[in-house]
Design a binder for this molecule. Structure first.
Ligand SMILES: *[C@@H]1O[C@H](CO)[C@@H](O)[C@H](O)[C@H]1NC(C)=O
Length: 500
């Protein structure tokens, strides 16, 4: 697969990881705090959360999901008590004062607040301070205690299991936003997932589809030691809680930017609206734009022996497939189906027209880009099996063995179930995002005479033996140890020196 240079530089980094390194003096401080301040704070925080529960529970009694009840005196009282309790809870957690810049708009002026960057569950602080609604998974309502508190702020629930969930969520956001300030404001973390705040990833369109004014809200945690970031790779929820409660003080800043009113064009084009707001927020944050989205997360987090080595190509491919609308419809079954058809073509080369016909799509510009992605030699023709393999990789980046199996189905000889060394090299190139894969070392390490062929089972058993299969057993362009001999011995199974 080829990539365009401009793109790879913008997505080459992975903001879904957070590496926390503690110095010795920090470790010592944490050890001291762990036996002194931490237990007291944990007790107080837990107590306050439990104290909040009866209030939230009382307020939720007899509430309907679709109408907003009039503000009676007792509801206002409950609301006030909850705000005080929650603020006290954050205070006990070390967020003693929270700097608020700018002014929050009234719900009638800006029904939606778009908050970013989203990086931790402490982002709940601005939510509890404003008592805005949020968009939440339905499951979160059933978490004990916390679930009742979430339900109190009347979230827009997302039903993950429901096919039409996206549409329903957007409709509900729209309905509330158009109520002219009757419903509480909705605070939406438009990135849709947590990052390490090194850049702003792509915004989901939900907050922008109603085409109403939004108020951007930016969040900062200007702490020397970053204990709050909660990404998909890095410290887990409890560790974050522990480390954060062990800090003498935790700083947080909330800044309300001026209301952003969409132009006519932006009203018609939510993606444009979202992108302009994102740019404006990145500028205020002095952060770069990172052209990754929520569903690129898995690609950049693949793990195991066949983890993706360089994901920039695959991310670009993913983006093209998204814009073609082919990402949503991809299922394991559809992949099997395509693999069968690809096999029938027996490695025939497809030009753009044939490729369009294969996918049952018009031959548009974007399709041409996808086509040229697999056109290694620039001759205007591709092997469709490469496309199916790449599609499988982006569809299930965490299950490379499934992709390998699928690839075998397209390439293997019917009689023996073996595939050729050359074909396997190409498959690995696509799966790992690398170039010029060389399998000499691997075939040597297999033992036995080198027939230049291998079955799925043989390969599968072999790969299982190496946690770092790709690095230990394969050679490819820009291999980090290209000029080093040691990895050759490790793949032979003689020496396994991980760090050399
Ligand atoms: C945060 O993500 C960037 C990539 O966007 C990465 O370079 C950096 O190392 C990450 N920071 C931490 C602390 O892991």
């Amino acid at each position: 697969m080829k990539t365009t240079a401009s793109h790879s530089s913008r997505v080459g980094k992975n903001p879904f990881v957070h590496q926390l390194k503690l110095t010795d003096s920090e470790k010592l401080k944490i050890a001291l705090m762990s036996v002194t301040v931490f237990p007291v704070r944990l007790l107080l925080v837990s107590f306050l959360m439990l104290l909040a529960w009866p209030f939230a529970f009382a307020a939720s009694l007899g509430r309907s999901e679709f109408v907003i009840e009039p503000q009676s005196w007792w509801r206002r009282l409950v609301d006030l008590c909850l705000r005080v309790i929650m603020r006290a809870m954050w205070f006990c957690g070390g967020f003693h004062w929270i700097k608020v810049k700018g002014e929050r708009a009234a719900p009638s002026e800006a029904p939606i607040l778009t908050a970013a960057p989203h990086s931790t569950y402490f982002d709940a602080i601005p939510v509890t301070m404003t008592m805005c609604s949020i968009v939440a998974k339905l499951e979160s309502a059933s978490i004990p205690v916390w679930g009742t508190l979430i339900s109190y702020i009347r979230p827009v629930f997302v039903f993950r299991s429901d096919q039409h969930s996206r549409r329903k969520t957007v409709e509900e956001i729209k309905r509330r936003a158009q109520s002219g300030g009757k419903w509480p404001q909705i605070m939406i973390f438009s990135e849709g997932t947590c990052t390490n705040r090194s850049g702003l990833i792509l915004f989901k369109a939900g907050a922008f589809i109603p085409g109403l004014p939004v108020q951007p809200v930016i969040l900062r945690y200007p702490n020397k030691l970053d204990t709050v970031t909660w990404t998909w790779q890095g410290p887990g929820a409890f560790k974050i809680l522990w480390l954060t409660l062990c800090q003498p003080h935790n700083s947080m800043e909330i800044e309300y930017l001026p209301i952003y009113t969409p132009s006519e064009e932006e009203k018609k084009n939510p993606a444009l609206f979202a992108n302009n707001v994102r740019k404006l927020m990145a500028k205020a944050l002095e952060l770069p734009l990172t052209d990754l989205s929520f569903d690129d997360r898995e690609i950049s987090l693949s793990q195991g022996p066949l983890r993706i080595y360089d994901y920039s190509c695959l991310l670009e491919f993913n983006q093209l497939m998204r814009s073609l609308g082919l990402r949503a419809g991809t299922t394991a079954l559809a992949l099997e189906e395509q693999a069968k058809r690809a096999r029938k073509l027996q490695g025939d080369r497809l030009g753009l027209e044939d490729f369009a016909q294969f996918l049952n799509l018009p031959a548009t510009d974007i399709l041409e880009q996808v086509h040229s992605f697999f056109d290694q030699h620039g001759v205007g023709q591709i092997d469709i099996r490469h496309y199916v393999t790449a599609l499988s990789v982006i569809h299930r980046p965490l299950k490379p063995m499934d992709t390998l199996k699928l690839a075998f189905k397209m390439y293997e000889s019917e009689e023996t179930g073996e595939i050729l060394k050359e074909d396997l090299a190409v498959i690995f190139e696509i799966m790992l995002g690398v170039k010029e894969v060389d399998l000499t070392v691997m075939f040597l390490a297999l033992g036995g005479p080198d027939t230049g062929r291998i079955t799925y089972d043989e390969l599968h058993n072999f790969i299982q033996k190496f946690q770092n299969f790709a690095l230990e057993c394969l050679d490819f362009k820009d291999h980090p140890r290209k000029f080093c001999i040691t990895h050759r011995t490790s793949c032979n199974g003689n020496k396994q020196d991980k760090d050399s």
